[in-house]
Design a protein around this ligand. Sequence first.
Ligand code: UD1
Ligand code: MG
Length: 430
Amino acid sequence: MSLSIVILAAGKGSRMKSDTAKVLHSISGRPMLHHITQSALALSDDVIIVIAHQKERVRAAMAEFTGVRFVEQDTDNFPGTGGAMMGIQPKYERVLVLNGDMPLITPQALEGFLNTQTPIVMSIFKLDNPDGYGRVIIGAEGVERIVEQKDATSEELHVNAVNAGVYSFSREVLKRYIPMLSNANAQKEYYLTDVIALARRDGVHVEPLLVDEEHFKGVNSKFDLSRAETIHQERLKRSWMEAGVIMQLPQSIYIESDVVFEGECVVENGVRITGKSRIVRSAIKAHSVVEESVMIDSDCGPMAHLRPKSHLERTHVGNFVETKNARLTGVKAGHLSYLGDATIDEGSNIGAGTITCNYDGKKKYETRIGKNVFIGSDTQIVAPCVIADDVIVAAGTTVTRDVEQGALAISRTKMSTVSGFFYKFFGTKA
Ligand code: UD1
Ligand code: MG
């Protein structure tokens, strides 16, 4: 489409009260700026991102988006959203401007801004509580100007039509009015929103487009961030449910954007799934955490923790089991275990309280367990260690060297009993 898109991402975001630039705060596991850039790239091959504050961090966080151009804003001399537009050279006649703090925008939500010849189209929504947004002053002949909250009179503060922060401009309008902006306002900033009043003074038509907060919500504070994430999560989970995933109490489930499900999956309440996890025909039971892991025809939980690079296939992992960098194929690990840097093969059973001792304080070591191995409860396997196929490890054993195929491994101190000791110690009870 012959459309240039400018994303404003140079601001400090002081109201976030954070050491991290606002646009890098995450919604469903990805920076806000990723979400809006993805939508922009679906509509345009000329996407320009304006940066300044923490510009190197922002560039690094955006490394995967190779098809965008970065432009640096001179925020010392020209702060504000108008200042951000000063160095812009759009490739096309039509320029869509988006605030970078709008992570809920989808390409479909922008449709109304795309095929227009009007010199200026601006986004408006009506709110019961317009706090924080610029108010849109509408007169007999339509939109007259936008007044920022900090510059508004008490009367203007009551206006509930607000500027959502998306605009479609003809390149000519920008070329003409951006250089005319002034910073004579409460914040001493160059406001992009002042283009509206300047253009209206010349009789230029401004078309207001009514949009919804569900897609155009701006994030200025950590509270806004949580609200936007709730909306984003709802959307994401709904689409997975429509694709066939069963979710119990979905409002208690957190799923990041890069997670994928295939086939029929069940996700119980309180589950968190992050990173590029891939869940195929599997069930994740209540209050489990799955991070950057793969589950195929498997189940885990309740209260299991699959840490990064866990790969479960035809495997059952029960409560209080933690896995990390572990490949479990056809395994049962029902209770209370730590399986890290481990490969465990078909038919093996891992008893309650099994620990792979993978770390000696300096380095990590691997454990390999073959097929049909029965590991009794309360076993420690001191890595590096290879346990071959068809091995039995007796309960309570500390495995300190490799075990050959078909063997029993057992390490125990002999048990003894002392008759009547209880009564000697506590005395005879009446
Ligand atoms: C802005 C609008 C306001 C609107 C609201 C919608 C202005 C002056 N005000 O206010 O009318 O209701 O968005 O969400 O435009 N930025 C830069 N360079 C800067 C300053 C900001 O690139 O010097 C970027 C920010 O990184 C951010 C976006 O512009 O992504 C908007 O800035 P923000 O400070 O959030 O503006 P609002 O006060 O929300
Ligand atoms: Mg904002």
